[in-house]
Write a protein that binds this ligand. Structure first.
Ligand code: 26V
Length: 821
């Protein structure tokens, strides 16, 4: 069903200009002539925002009235990136804004550069959430994203003497024009206390949670405009505020100072995004954050249901998608509400709960799987712990019935682990409490089913499915690469941006020399653009006349930045030894971008090593004009949008079986970079789609990794058996990159030689050979362009619109609800 709606304020250049000037004068309180860049940005952003409000309110109202099924995406992270350009794109106001600003002597380009991105995520998982809400809106799905309004997002990375130093990301210091707070809609969230038995009005014995403290969750709304539709969805982020009880306490207690301090403690809940993204620390505040936003979100949704709503029909009205285990506490929370507060029978409540939740797993590394100690959970959420115990008891009874006498299996599958401490395994709770469990790429989903959760898939074969990740082409093609988007428009017409498989129509043009030339010119212009940005952003001077070889992602051992670095060092070593002539090298610019979790020592040492190598290589006269290494600090979405379109070569070199999917890999391919990669995560699907001739494949497969590991992996034997590898490692140990200090990188090097958990040395040789194939291929520019074009033409599959369609078909079953046309 569709609803007629009036179109929003007609946007003419004049009306846009008027609104902009009004914003400047009456909201910013400045004259045009004295406005700062931030004034101009705030006024412009609010002008554009106001053009979306009518559609937003219509969307929200008509969906509510229709009672359509809502997808509630629960995610602790949303890595949104800058918002202005996306808002302009979806409202179709880019040209209007450009013209209006020009007529005032202002430049849209200058103003947009002022925006501070909301970095409310660590990496892949948070950026995926941002792409998904974009696609949900574009596909007219009634959906809401729930999360946390961190006051400080992912830290700003700086380098001091080559070492990472973190600075707080105070993204809200000038306020943000994109949010609308609703203090009046705040909900209370409770913590601590104890449980007790009570008798309700009907004489039944019930359990009651008597919390020790409460905080307020204040919602901040952000509009999520769809592309090519009037639908505008909502992202609702919660901010913690001390409750009135708290404030009362302040005035009544004699101890004013400690009362104010207590207020700060309450408001700390949404203060900062945890920058750890691999080893969960079991920090109390983190669990508080998780419960805080999930409890607020569930309450928020339930209050939109009509009076007297039959809760057995809840799964027809909502589906909660758990983005990793971070929101899994929502499972016992919904049980608590249904059983303790709404008086449903346990069995009915369990049926409703299980039918309302689904779980996406984003990792394979055992150390990244969250567990919460029973001790901490019992202190913070005593009623939830009781509920988890009961869920587990019932679940294990089912296991015992199916596998009589198999107590080993029962122990393996228990939601509660006993060793090294009693703790709740959140991935197991999520699996038990959900209808569907999905991995994020074909290989990952297979490994989840057959390895990480094999007992569960044997018990519930139909519970497991795959949804391969995707990325929004609005941000990562149209906005980040307008020259390529124009070329595509000119070649196959418009309409591909929300129908990305249409890129297939580009395939024949791979054989068209004039198209290849135009395509190369786009790439060259993007390189030039990146080079000038880097000069101004970081003072890094690069030549754009080179192969751009790019590795950007969080710094993790499993992602193997060290492998890329060993390649760089190998080139230098061979030149120094005269084994190759620098003049024979293809000029290459290697770009790294990576943040390390502040407490991850190895990752930080690797950053220091990369910077140390870069400094020497960039100053080596032998390598002048042939090899440069750039490591701009603080890689983020803003930089990604400029860097990815400039890349020729995309480094996706994780050890097979470790990278769940990767999404950077998709962004590069869609922007015409060729991948050098292992058969890991979504690389497998990229390789399959673009074809082996258009992909530089190397390294062990996952089964090969498994056999090597089973047979006993000895990295030293690879070192000893490979002169080139030995040369590179010995060069690092020689002190040449550390002013003669031979021990500077011992921490990294001795780990590689004696542990090498991610088998860098085992894959070194095939990686170097693959890089040699890259050199040969790049020398033939016509052939390289052909390959690059085919990468673009064949990777339309990786639009997040397709991912969302897969979620709809396999998991959510929520119909689209367009509010217009
Ligand atoms: C993990 C953890 C672990 C517990 C402590 C807190 C915390 C915070 C964030 C994360 C996120 C790490 C998981 C993640 O980002 N996975 C990535 O998800 C991408 C989207 O599915 C996928 O493409 C990457 O391969 C996967 O590493």
């Amino acid at each position: 069903e569709t609803t007629e709606r009036s179109t929003s304020t007609p946007a003419t250049v004049d009306s846009f200009k008027d609104e902009f000037l009004r914003q400047l004068r009456y909201e910013q309180g400045v004259e045009l002539g004295t406005a700062s860049r931030d004034d101009l940005f705030q006024a412009l952003a609010r002008t554009v925002r106001n053009y979306m409000v009518d559609n937003w309110l219509t969307t929200v109202e008509t969906q509510k009235a229709a009672g359509s099924k809502v997808v509630a995406y629960l995610s602790a992270e949303y890595l949104m990136g800058p918002q202005l350009d996306n808002a302009l794109l979806s409202t179709g106001l880019t040209d209007v804004a450009d013209t209006a600003l020009s007529s005032l002597g202002l430049s849209l380009d200058d103003i947009r550069a002022t925006e501070v991105e909301p970095g409310l995520g660590n990496g892949g998982l948070g950026r995926l959430a941002a792409c998904f809400i974009d696609s949900l809106a574009t596909k007219n799905i009634p959906a809401i994203g729930y999360g946390i309004r961190y006051e400080y997002g992912i830290f700003r990375q700086t380098f001091v003497d080559g070492r990472q130093v973190e600075q707080p990301d105070s993204w809200l210091s000038n306020g943000t024009p994109w949010e609308i707070p609703h203090t009046d809609q705040a909900v209370e969230v409770a913590f601590g206390g104890h449980t007790e038995q009570a008798i309700d009005q009907t004489g039944r014995s019930v359990t009651r949670w008597v919390p020790g403290e409460t905080v307020l969750a204040v919602p901040y709304n952000y509009m999520v405009p769809g592309y090519g539709t009037a639908n505008v969805n909502t992202l609702r982020l919660w901010s913690a505020k001390a409750t009135n009880a708290f404030n009362l306490h302040i005035f009544n207690s004699g101890d004013y100072e400690s009362a104010v301090r207590a207020q700060t403690v309450a408001e700390n809940i949404s203060k900062v995004l945890y920058p750890e993204d691999s080893t969960p620390q079991g920090k109390e505040l983190r669990l508080k954050q998780q419960y805080f936003f999930v409890a607020a979100s569930i309450k928020d949704f339930l209050r939109t249901l009509p009076e007297g709503f039959d809760l057995k029909k809840l799964p027809e009205r909502i589906v909660f998608q758990l983005n990793d285990t971070h929101p899994v506490i929502g499972v016992p929370e919904l049980m608590r509400i249904l059983v303790d507060e709404r008086g449903l029978a346990w069995e009915d409540a369990w049926d409703i709960t299980r039918r309302s939740f689904n779980y996406t797993c984003h990792t394979l590394l055992p150390e990244a799987l969250e567990v919460w100690s029973v001790d901490l959970l019992g202190r913070l959420l005593p009623r939830h712990l009781e509920i988890i115990y009961r869920i587990n008891e019932q679940f294990l009874a089912g296991i015992r019935a199916t596998y009589p006498g198999d107590e080993l299996r029962v122990r393996r599958m228990s939601i509660i682990q006993e060793q090294p401490e009693r703790a709740v395994r959140m991935a197991f709770l999520a699996t038990v409490g959900s209808t569907k469990v999905n991995g994020v790429a074909a290989l990952h989903s297979d490994l989840l089913r057959d390895k990480v959760l094999d007992d569960f898939s044997a018990y519930w074969p139909d519970k497991f499915t795959n949804v391969t990740n995707g990325i929004t082409p609005r941000r990562f093609v149209q906005l980040s690469n307008p020259s390529l988007a124009n070329l595509i428009d000119d070649t196959i017409g418009t309409g591909w941006l929300n129908d990305l498989e249409r890129l297939k129509e580009l395939e024949p043009y791979a054989e068209d020399a004039s198209f290849r030339k135009a395509f190369r010119e786009v790439k060259q212009a993007n390189k030039d653009r990146f080079v000038s940005l880097l000069a101004q952003r970081d003072g890094i001077e690069l030549s754009s006349d080179a192969l751009f070889d790019v590795m950007v992602k969080r710094l993790h051992e499993y992602k193997r930045q060290m492998l890329k670095l060993l390649h760089v060092v190998t080139i230098y070593d061979r030149v120094l030894k005269g084994e190759i002539k620098a003049a024979d090298l293809t000029p290459r610019v290697v770009v790294f971008g990576a943040k390390a979790a502040p407490g991850y020592k190895m990752a930080k040492e690797i950053i220091f090593l990369i910077n140390s190598v870069a400094k020497v290589v960039n100053n080596a006269p032998e390598l002048e004009g042939r090899l440069r290494v750039a490591f701009p600090a603080n890689y983020n979405v803003t930089l990604a949008e400029k860097l990815i379109p400039a890349a020729d070569l995309s480094e996706q070199i994780s050890l097979a079986g470790k990278e769940a999917s990767g999404t950077g890999n998709m962004k590069f391919a869609l922007n015409g970079a060729l991948t050098i990669g292992t058969l890991d995560g979504a690389n497998v699907e990229i390789h399959e789609l673009v074809g082996g001739e258009n992909f530089f494949l190397f390294g062990m497969t996952e089964p090969e990794v498994q056999s090597l590991s089973d047979a006993g992996y000895h990295p030293t034997s690879f070192y000893e058996g490979n002169a080139s590898l030995r040369g590179a490692i010995d060069l690092i140990s020689s002190g040449i990159f550390s002013g003669g200090d031979r021990t500077a990188f011992e921490f990294v090097i001795s780990d590689l030689l004696y542990k090498d958990r991610f088998m860098v040395l085992a894959d070194y040789q095939t990686y170097i050979e693959a890089q040699e194939r890259v050199e040969v291929a790049y020398a033939d520019q016509e052939s390289w362009s052909r390959k690059a074009i085919l990468n673009v033409a064949r990777t339309g599959f990786f639009t997040s619109d397709r991912s969302i369609q897969d979620y709809l078909d396999r998991i959510w079953h929520a119909p689209a609800f367009p509010v217009t046309k």
